[in-house]
Design a binder for this molecule. Structure first.
Ligand code: NDP
Length: 448
């Protein structure tokens, strides 16, 4: 009989932790998981899921306008933030219940409390109870980073943005990454005045330059304002409750809400990791090897807390690979090549593989194909908004090494096309595929 209380103790019931718990349990392990907030983690509770529902809600603003060109008599419509917010939060609660149910069905013991590491095979719950487990998995995710400046306490982050009492009339968003561009689109469609303030002059660093420029151009046409090279100096609360944002190199901006979206840091503070001998990197991320094992052989980590690729599907794969390797006798490594990604901006972006700049640096000789077009629906709607698809091809092998798209439904199209890139298909393979007409996706097989 094992002298451990559990075979596996997971700290954090988010995407990676839940997957690892459930799979390890299905392999016959005795599993417990501790969660101090809500089961589901960032993606389900305060990230991808409620964000996507707000993106859907926001898009109706354009759909309702466009419907008139398609023959519908649409009266002037009013948007009710409270109703959408409450419906989204109710859906989040429903999903939280499903996640809890899944753990219960797999006989995973759930401790709804904070747990910290007190030794290589021991965790302590908030009430002082100590539990011994043969292996410990840290899946505590990340937390929004708020740079230090006077008045930063007046800002909100993506943790709070889903709970706003009222829709702010004027929103300033600090940062130029995923969250900044997604929420700029959301608030702008709801009718708020949005200003993105960026410390540098680049939005969505890491994405292809032409695609980023297209988003910037469309966002500005839609009325979103940008301030570049403008680090925050301070935020001041005014007598009427509004905020004044002071910036380097720019005039102050008046706002009703300031959203800071300046990246997310690994959630390792106060977990007892360093005391237990677990090595962290300079950003506080747990250093792990390709099998997700830390410097302490019985302690493992998956997901954002390792700061590899901060995406839910990656955390899920890491959790699955960990459980299969150590409890299913099925050694599995996660393949990080050609991970597709999307930005749910208005319009959205989808991308996989190398950008043009990366491919030029790595491969030297490349061919670049683009299609710059107005979606049929936008033409009839009178919406002067052009989509851009871009394919990067290795000139030596004809292999497609990158696909980058901005336009309606780009993430939906890109997910399918990413299979071809992942499989190493060539430009000739795309050309040999008959177009599906009329669609936007057909542009991918018609690139000249
Ligand atoms: P991002 O890393 O996407 O962007 C951070 C932005 O903040 C960058 O513009 C960066 O500028 C800026 N920044 C960083 N540090 C500071 C600072 N100290 N002061 C001022 N500005 C700063 O982070 P997000 O917060 O938008 O999102 C966090 C992560 O969550 C993403 O990296 C992504 O992995 C994930 N996510 C994924 C989504 C999706 O898949 N659709 C949606 C939302 C989040 P610079 O470029 O100069 O570094």
């Amino acid at each position: 009989m094992s002298n451990f209380d559990f075979d596996l103790f997971v700290i954090g019931a988010g995407s990676g932790g839940v997957r690892a718990s459930r799979i390890a349990a299905s392999h016959g392990a005795r599993v417990a998981v501790a969660e101090e907030h809500r089961v589901g983690g960032t993606c389900v509770i305060r990230g991808c899921v409620p964000k996507k529902l707000l993106v859907y809600g926001a898009h109706f603003a354009e759909d309702l306008k466009d419907a008139r060109q398609f023959g519908w008599d649409v009266p002037d419509c009013k948007f009710d933030w409270d109703r959408l917010r409450d419906n989204v939060l109710a859906e989040v609660t429903r999903l939280e219940g499903l996640y809890g149910q899944t753990l219960e069905n797999h006989k995973v013991t759930v401790f709804k409390t904070r747990a910290t590491v007190v030794g290589p095979q021991t965790v302590r719950l908030a009430d002082g109870q100590e539990i011994r487990a043969e292996r410990i998995l840290i899946a505590t995710g990340g937390w929004p980073h708020v740079p230090e400046f006077p008045g930063s306490e007046h800002a909100i982050t993506s943790n709070e943005v889903f709970h706003l009492d009222t829709l702010p009339k004027r929103v300033v968003i600090a940062g130029g990454g995923y969250i900044a561009n997604e929420f700029a689109g959301i608030f702008n469609e709801f009718g708020s005045k949005v200003t993105i303030v960026n410390r540098g002059d680049t939005i969505l660093r890491g994405y292809d330059e032409q695609i980023r420029d297209r988003l910037l151009q469309i966002s500005m046409t839609k009325g979103i304002e940008f301030r570049f090279n403008a680090p925050f100096q301070s935020i001041e609360r005014n007598a009427d409750g509004s905020l004044t944002v002071h910036l380097d190199n720019c005039d102050p901006i008046q706002a009703d809400a300031v959203l800071v979206a300046a990246g997310r840091v690994p959630n390792t503070k106060g977990l007892g990791l360093e005391e237990a001998g677990v090595e962290l990197d300079d950003h506080g991320a747990i250093k792990v090897d390709e099998r997700n094992q830390s410097s302490v052989p019985s302690i493992f980590a998956v997901g954002d807390v390792t700061n590899r690729i901060q995406l839910t599907p990656v955390a899920i794969r890491e959790g699955q690979a960990f459980a299969d390797t150590f409890f299913g006798n099925k050694p599995t490594l996660v393949d990080y090549a050609n991970v597709p990604s999307a930005v749910f901006s208005h319009p959205p972006i989808g991308a996989v593989g190398m950008t043009e700049a990366e491919a030029r640096n790595k491969l030297g000789s490349i061919r670049v194909y683009t299609s710059d077009f107005r979606a049929m629906k936008n033409v009839l709607a009178g919406r002067n908004e052009r989509a851009l698809y871009k394919m990067i091809v290795n000139a030596a092998t004809d292999q497609v090494v990158g696909l980058h798209m901005i336009g309606p439904d780009a993430p939906e199209i890109l997910q399918a096309a990413a299979v071809a890139v992942k499989a190493g298909l060539t430009k000739a393979d795309f050309d040999n595929t008959v177009a599906l007409h009329p669609s936007m996706a057909e542009e991918l097989v018609l690139l000249k």
